[in-house]
Design a protein around this ligand. Structure first.
Ligand SMILES: [Zn+2]
Length: 138
C-alpha cells in the first residue's frame, strides 16, 4: 500500500458531486488516516469519506431484533399463576379436598397451584412439571 501524504490523490465520496471521485489530500489525521480532501472535480474541500467503508455500512443493515419466542414453559406458567394469587399454601394430603386455584405445598414437588379439578383428581402446576394428583380420598 502506497504511503498517504498531503497532495496525493485518493478516492473519496464527494458530498457535493454525490459520487466516489478522485480527491487530493489536503490534511492528514495521522500517517494512515486522511483528515481532509479536495474534490478534483468540483474543488470542494471536505473531510475524507472512505468509499469502501461507506459501502460496507450500507450493506451492514443486519436485523438485531429477533422475534421473541411465544413458547411458555411450565416454570413461566407457574411463576405467573403463583404471582397472581394471594392464597396461602396447604400441605398436600391425599384426603384433603382441593379446589381450583388452591396452592399446594408438596413434599416432593414443592409449591404448586391447582389448575383443574376432575372428580378425585387434581391437575397441579409445579415449578418444573404439571402433575395429576389424587385428592379427596377417604
Ligand atoms: Zn466534487
Amino acid at each position: 500500500m502506497s504511503q498517504l501524504t498531503v497532495g496525493k490523490d485518493v478516492l473519496s465520496y464527494c458530498t457535493k458531486c454525490k459520487l466516489n471521485l478522485g480527491h487530493t489530500i489536503v490534511a492528514m489525521k495521522d500517517s494512515i488516516h486522511i483528515a481532509k480532501v479536495k474534490c478534483n472535480t468540483c474543488q470542494t474541500q471536505q473531510s475524507f469519506k472512505d468509499p469502501t467503508l461507506a459501502k460496507q455500512n450500507k450493506t451492514r443493515t443486519r436485523k438485531t431484533t429477533s422475534a421473541p419466542s411465544k413458547v411458555i414453559s411450565v416454570s413461566d406458567l407457574w411463576m405467573e399463576k403463583m404471582s397472581s394469587t394471594k392464597k396461602k399454601s396447604t400441605p398436600y394430603a391425599m384426603d384433603h379436598k382441593f379446589v381450583q386455584g388452591d396452592i399446594i405445598d408438596h413434599t416432593k414437588f414443592g409449591p404448586g397451584i391447582v389448575e383443574k379439578v376432575v372428580d378425585d383428581k387434581i391437575e397441579v402446576i409445579f415449578r418444573h412439571d404439571i402433575k395429576t394428583l389424587v385428592h379427596n380420598k377417604h
